[in-house]
Write a protein that binds this ligand. Sequence first.
Ligand code: NDP
Length: 263
Amino acid sequence: MKLFAIFGDPVSHSRSPLMHNCVFKNLHVDACYTRVHLEDGSKLKETFFNLGLSGANVTVPHKEAAFDACDEVRGFAKKIGVVNTLINENGKLIGYNTDADGFMYAISQFSPIKNILIIGAGGTAKALANKFVEENYHVEVLNRSQGRLTYFKELGIATHTWKSIQIKKYDLVVNTTSAGLSDNEYPAPLEILEPLISTCKFCADAIYGKVTPFLQLAKRYEITSKDGADMLLGQGVLANALFTQHQFKNESIEKEMKGSFLL
Ligand code: NDP
């Protein structure tokens, strides 16, 4: 039997074991997926091999450590320096990133979109900004502090802080901050957020499992919106396709994985 896991700190909240085990069980794959609470990201590689894993997912705060741990990084992960999926390929650790494509899957019904504002400037924002640029969207980034904005400026993206932003109309506003995750905060002050949300077409939050204050505001203005559940599903489907070496259609994996959301 093949063993898979998710590494994180914390990790007990993760829905990934349920999602992947549902696919393995219903598609008759001889495999099992568990969770590993890992505090020290530098121990990722040795823990992976000591446990005899065939593959893994990596969540907060180890996605950059996962990139460093890999023998080889492929595709989009190489561009952004962030890895969320690991594969054991003949004793070598191969890294991928499925978060950004998972998000593109999540917003595929949001159309038409040209201008996007990302709120937040962490790892998720990096992945999404790179993907949006790659797909020729116009993207801007708003963050509460200046420090992490340098990365986006170097990509040629217009950046704003709460002090410098001039309100304008965006097609899509995405919350990638952790505001609202374990508190009831908005990702930006209301005097900034209200005009942004009330004039946009769509809102998306990376946080899943709750209606954050950001999403409550979108609902108040009757803006079409979604939480991070579809992003979670999208990245999970793509990771599972890597785990099962593309032996199933993504649609079949998606169908089984969606079932886990009803459990
Ligand atoms: P990071 O820690 O890398 O970045 C967090 C960002 O949020 C920073 O820009 C930080 O600003 C900002 N921030 C934090 N708290 C607040 C606040 N109270 N008000 C305003 N801004 C704030 O996190 P990640 O990018 O890894 O993850 C962000 C969120 O996305 C998490 O909630 C995570 O659960 C979710 N996520 C969901 C996924 C899914 O599949 N649905 C996948 C990946 C992530 P500053 O720079 O000033 O510190």
